[in-house]
Design a protein around this ligand. Structure first.
Ligand code: PGA
Length: 252
């Protein structure tokens, strides 16, 4: 695992954008896994800037998002479709037919999840998967207890996640969808590179367990310890509970 500790949220976002840019410049038709949530917004802003000011070309990339709420139509203001289009896709020259975001309204979720997995394979697998982390150590919506070999499937959200996401639903936990389609832990682990971003004190405990704790399904992100190319980009607050001393950019 490579642990990169940056000064603050902006530095974390810029550092992450550098990895995405390097990939696209090297492989213009790269397959990139995107994440939603507050954490990657700064990264997406920086990618938009790189597109506008430096001509970074997204026209050939293929995208796969990690997850989507069950039951929210694509045009719902809090759907992850809306999130991705508003925060990134509509501002860059991505080809809409190359964008994949799970559809939380399909009648046959199981068949759809199989199709999603096949689709990832058809494009040769994910080159770089961007990840956030939940306070409970989730990646995607793989909550504690998720099988570390799991594939794309439907998951019920943990209480911490419902509480954390209530802020997007007028603060009302009852309005947060209770289930989501999510890539599995096994699906995520097949990406060639994992890039996990974490910012702020409230992520410090989950980060510590991910980097220094045992590998356990109770902290799904801890499986990243087994990935040959897992990169964590943290700000100082998110890194604050790590016990070992890490250099600014240390490989462990
Ligand atoms: P956040 O969510 O970026 O909004 O903190 C991260 C996650 O739940 O994976």
């Amino acid at each position: 695992m490579r642990v990169i500790i940056t000064k603050d949220y902006d530095a974390m976002s810029r550092r992450a954008a550098g990895f995405v840019r390097e990939l696209i410049e090297r492989k213009p038709d790269a397959v990139i896994g995107f994440a939603t949530g507050s954490t990657p917004i700064g990264l997406y802003r920086e990618l938009i800037r790189m597109h506008r000011e430096e001509g970074l070309d997204f026209s050939k990339i293929v995208t796969f998002n990690l997850d989507e709420y069950i039951g929210l139509p694509k045009d719902h203001p809090e759907s992850y479709h809306t999130f991705m289009w508003e925060n990134l896709f509509k501002h860059i020259n991505v080809n809409p037919s190359n964008v994949h975001i799970p559809d939380g309204t399909v009648p046959d979720v199981e068949a759809y999840c199989e199709w999603y997995e096949e689709r990832i394979k058809k494009f040769g697998g994910i080159d770089l998967q961007i990840l956030g982390i939940g306070r409970d150590g989730h990646i995607g919506f793989n909550e504690p207890g998720s099988s570390l070999g799991s594939r794309t499937r439907i998951k019920t959200l943990a209480k911490e996640t419902l509480e954390d996401n209530a802020r997007f639903f007028g603060g009302d936990i009852n309005k947060v969808p209770k289930q989501a389609i999510t890539m599995g832990v096994g699906t995520i682990m097949e990406a060639k590179v994992l890039l996990l971003l974490a910012s702020g004190k409230k992520k410090a405990e989950a980060v510590k367990k991910t980097v220094e704790g045992p590998i356990t399904a109770m902290v799904p992100a801890s499986i990243m310890q087994l990935h040959p190319k897992a990169i964590l980009i943290l700000d100082q607050e998110a890194a604050s509970l790590l016990e070992r001393e890490y250099e600014y950019d240390s490989t462990v």
